[in-house]
Design a protein around this ligand. Sequence first.
Ligand SMILES: [Zn+2]
Length: 366
Amino acid sequence: MIVFGQDSAQAYLRQLLQQERIPHALLLAGKTGWGTLALALDFARQLQCRNIPHAPADCACAACEKSRQLAHPDIHFSYPVVGTNAVSTDYLAEWRKAIAENPWLSANDWFQRIGAENKQGNITKEECVAIVRKLSLKTFEGRYKVLLMWLPEYLGKEGNRLLKLIEEPPDQTVFLLAAENTDAILPTILSRCQMVKTYPLPDEVVAKALQNRQGLDAERARQIAFLADGDYNQALQMAQTLESDDARLLVEWLRHCWRGNGVELVRWAEQFAQLGRENQKRFFTYALHFLRELLAIKVNPQLPARLRPMELETARKMATVFSLEHITQLAARINDNIFYIERNANPKALILDASLGIHRLIKKPQ
Ligand SMILES: [Zn+2]
């Protein structure tokens, strides 16, 4: 797991390992974008490492490899999910994917990933029952049984079911919590945890990570780091947005078209009208390019597409939802839009009309 910055927290955790003074309940407190979850994941790895107490970041022992893939049988994960009786493992595949891509993600990013934008996320009663059950098992192969809980602030009153476990834990059991807002954690839980704080990442740490991991040039990395305010997740989002504003806009537009919510569509059309004619034209031209590539992917998924990685991912998802008929009609519609924009059509009315047309088109049974 990649950890950068947070030197004091890292040093403290290393000391705990070396002195074998692992607390039963350890709370890492700070924004996920500062690397708090990444730090917790890495600490869980170090607890299981075969070379403990010296568990170097690049250790290649079997335990570390499994931990990095979030597949160590003695590291269990809890995180907020949606659905009345849902437990975290229901979303395990999504969780592994999300963490592999971005362990700095925000709660919002996570909820979007699991399609829960408008629903309340929760760590449910059922999840608490599952935790009690999992931690009553013997360890499979590790030295510790670790329960890593991300965002314990989503634990309602049901969290009190865990108190006894935290107070009198079975042997070699570690509760490892990564929280953003300690004020929102049940006081009964908070008071039983040893707390380690994390802090916003220094600009130069963010800039260096952007250069080394995202391949940004020094100047842009420095600008984004300055704007990101110590939050690497925000930095990543800015790096992507600035890179492909049109791509983001297109996905946003099609998402609105898909939902067909009148209020949202009008608001989006108003924003779009502000862009100015040249940007609007460029956007539609980009949309045509994207749809051509989407068509190619649909016809032959093996063909290399002329899309950047983020766009390619979107295109692959869209290829499963949109039919060939959809894509051709969509392209025709956008082609018309370019024609009208060039002839000074009212951009707000134009995009609103196009949006509704696209909504009907997508929702029409094939
Ligand atoms: Zn190891």
